[in-house]
Write a protein that binds this ligand. Structure first.
Ligand code: CP
Ligand code: NVA
Length: 315
């Protein structure tokens, strides 16, 4: 099947988890994003989302997700409406079902950043329009789409790539596990005991063929890796556990000294925001081997591809 045919079957789908993306369709999505990025740079302005509207619900803070979904809609000829939780009170001022039943009458898609992943599932089950996961406590699939665009651009292709994720087995780590299943990239995750990725996500991804190893020594994970990735120790909503987490992750601060252990082509990755002095330091994020701001840039192109696939005409 061609890439366009792969993606055309996704029109109207939700985008909740990379577990729903087999290798061929995920590859088609990444290629579509790279193509849209190149076309924009070359001055092409495809209006793939003309007159389409996206509602953006945020229960949590955001810089990158909020900006890039808004800009993606605008640059493809559509429009977005920002709805912060303080304003609309999903599940507080009115039920998730009623929010969905209102929004579907006005908009062509809903992007939501939530605490509970179940909020997204509920929203998607009641809304007739696509629902996109802009981060939940469990998963962050949009981030990993941008990250894999970055890996493709950095390394040319993903074959034989070895990625090390060091830190909390959180939403970003869980999506790394799903991305490994969708790409064949081999993934080593270093976490302290008690902070492993979600066992259900892990088991399901391994059943789909993911090559994922869990280790306890972050320096061992980094050794020979082509990409060393970290994320915050204290995710949004985990602030009450901050002290215990800082203690558990004390040996997990990635500094430029770690880069000597990577493969000769190895790069440093982080989804941002960074908590400097915890999971990493400013010198690592701004290091010549860092591709952190390429990842941030690629959020825009990832979201264009996701939106055009679900809400528009990907041709
Ligand atoms: N990486 C990421 O999702 O950034 P924001 O929280 O700023 O959207
Ligand atoms: N794990 C982080 C990711 C932020 C983009 C969090 O959930 O806060």
């Amino acid at each position: 099947m061609t890439d366009a045919a792969q993606l055309s079957t996704r029109r109207g789908d939700d985008f909740l988890s990379l577990a729903d993306w087999d290798p061929a369709s995920f590859e088609a999505l990444l290629s579509f994003a790279v193509d849209l990025k190149r076309r924009w740079r070359d001055g092409d302005r495809p209006r793939l989302l003309e007159h389409r509207t996206l509602a953006m619900i945020f229960e949590k803070q955001s810089l990158r997700t909020r900006s890039t979904f808004d800009i993606a809609m605008f640059q493809l000829g559509g429009h977005s409406v920002l709805l912060s939780q303080n304003f609309i009170g999903v599940g507080v001022r009115e039920s998730i079902r009623d929010v969905a039943k209102n929004l579907e009458r006005w908009v062509d898609g809903v992007m939501a950043r939530t605490y509970g992943h179940d909020t997204l599932i509920d929203l998607a089950s009641h809304a007739s329009v696509p629902v996109i996961n802009g981060l939940s406590d469990r998963l962050h699939p949009c981030q990993l789409t941008a990250d894999y665009i970055t890996l493709k651009e950095t390394f040319g292709d993903l074959d034989g790539l070895r990625l090390a994720f060091v830190g909390d087995g959180n939403n970003v780590a869980n999506s790394h596990v799903n991305a490994a299943a969708a790409t064949g990239v081999s993934l080593v995750i270093a976490t302290p005991d008690g902070y492993d990725p979600d066992p259900d996500v892990l088991a399901a991804a391994r059943a789909r063929g993911a090559d994922v190893e869990i280790v306890r020594d972050p320096r061992e994970a980094a050794r020979g890796a082509d990409a060393l990735y970290t994320d915050v120790w204290i995710s949004m909503g985990q602030e009450e556990d901050a002290a215990a987490r800082r203690e558990a992750f004390a040996a997990y601060t990635v500094t430029p000294a770690w880069f000597d252990d990577l493969s000769p082509r190895g790069v440093f990755m982080h989804d941002l925001p960074a908590h400097y002095g915890e999971e990493t330091v400013e010198e690592a994020v701004h290091h010549p081997r860092s591709v952190v701001f390429d990842q941030a840039e690629n959020r825009l192109h990832a979201h264009k591809a996701i939106l055009a696939t679900l809400l528009g005409d990907p041709a």
